[in-house]
Design a protein around this ligand. Sequence first.
Ligand code: SF4
Length: 654
Amino acid sequence: MDKFFEQINFPYDSIRKGQDDFIKQVYETIKLKKNILVSAPTGLGKTVSGLAPAIYQAKARGLTTVVLTSRQTQANQVIKTILDIQKKSGKPISYTAFIGKRSMCIHQDRDLYPAQDFNEFCKKARTTGKCGHYINAKNTEHEEQRKSIIDTSIQAGMGVEGFVDLCRVNKPDVKEYPKASKCGFCPYELAGERAFQADVVICDFNYLFQQGIRENFLGKIGRTLEECIVVVDEAHNLPDRIRNAYTFSLSTELLKNALSELKDYVKDSTYDNYIHYLRDTIEEIYFNKGLGDKTEFLITKKEVLDLYNNKLPKNEHIGGVVETLQEVEMRVKEERIISHVGRVAAFLEKWNEIGEEQYLRLLEKNVKHDKTILSLKIKCIDPSEISASVVNKTFSTTLMSATLSPINMYKDILGVGNATTLELDSPFSKKSQLTLVIDDVTTKYSARSIDMYKKIANHITRLLHTTEDKNSIVFFPSYDLMQQVLNHINIVSLNKKVLREQRYMTKDEKERIVDDFKSNSGFSQKAKVLFAITSGSFAEGLDLPSDQLEMVIVVGLPLGVPDNTTNAIIAHYDKKFKKGQLYGYIYPAMSKIIQAGGRCIRTTEDRGVVVLMDNRFYWPMYAQSFPKNWHLQKTKSPEIETSNFFSTKDPMDF
Ligand code: SF4
């Protein structure tokens, strides 16, 4: 192997085609304190290619490598790679992994609080001395024991779950309680202790891209952004993760709760009026605009501020109202975990302070148990200001994904400066994936009909019969369309175990589906077919190598009728880049298609068929988004090509 790869402790015996380029370019980019976006198809060894040069450079410069990933399985993969690099180098690499604080929490009341209330619950438990795990984690008398837990987890190369369990079962070594709490140590706090100036820290995107969390996190790891070499995995998710994190809402329900809180804590009608004025403002806008059948419409920052400020007594303004409500919040929080008044204050503050260009404001109507609930919403449509304020301040950032396509769009919409781009070819043989486009069907709205659903159903049925002994997934653009097509498929005749993604499935239910899909015993000996949604979780992050999955059918494009948000994003990117339709509508949908189809081939040994059912996939605007190794073939009889493909045993003969 090239001396360079030995020097940076590349831990494996061979380097895949394209991987050498990947590693060298990341290495050079870090050396030059620049940023890089890498589109690296599945199978190229993305994790080690991003990590090995980053860890080498960070250790040489006394910096920390921060790896951002949104999935726990990927965090465990990163830990495994670190241990491989450590073994190769013969020198210790200190690391720690954070997943969401709530997921790491071992407090018995954790599940009583939904995700949005968890931080307030934890804060209250810590500040009132009601969390024994926290007390143990902070008690200097247990320093030795904490160190031993941390060392044990590092030596054993534990993933996050193992570490949490270790913290749970280890109780303080004291004979007499309550000298210490008779429970384990808070895993989040111990992970924080382990993170201080660690060589590598693994965490979710939010730790760097959400203000508030970021300051806390950087304090914990004892670094500034300039002292971090950042690797963002699955970076295609970053724009939407930022958009979601910077979306805020205030409903008339919240105002009702705030009023009853004021009744309990203040008993002064002046305070009540601040809430009444806000409710009146929302209702006035709602009635003046005449929402009709619509469930939402656009409003402006000024519209709300003018109406609200006009209702306030002379010399009062929204800034003063926020401060007054925050004082009430402090009083409430002396007794309660959550303050509704505090939430109203936080929203008003955002409404007043957040700029206009990158955000969209809406008034939304929902009907719940025959009651109309109105909400004000602020939605981030352009994440570039937030991402650039982080990425461009780090020592260097590598943004990598198998679907950063087109790569310049991601560079634009994330506002990444001082950056190079790298697009790599797939290491898989051209013959390992057959990609068919069925061009006599479409899910275009104007073409939807019973006949079209029947035609799609017939294609699916014939393909599933042809591949009776093979596991398949069929992705649909929506639940409604899935149902329309399934109405015309005779499920029993498929002779397969049929699994189906349903609306509002829990994480556990989805995990059960994956287990069923992989299972090979009893009734499950039959091949499986899963009907799922292209923009759902089965289309991303599902690893089913070898014969666990051999055919993926993607029906139509997940393009909804553009709503206010999509239209605002399109208009914004039209103004900014003259590419509104592509950046705001077409490419995000194509990214989902590529993710879904990408489930089929996961390793160099895999062979499989991807069938794309929509004639639009052949249109240049869409076709140019597909990875280069997806050699699209138009067909009206996909079952014949599919049968020929699978009947050829040796891929090289095909
Ligand atoms: S301090 Fe730790 S264990 Fe206690 S509530 Fe917070 S996260 Fe949970």
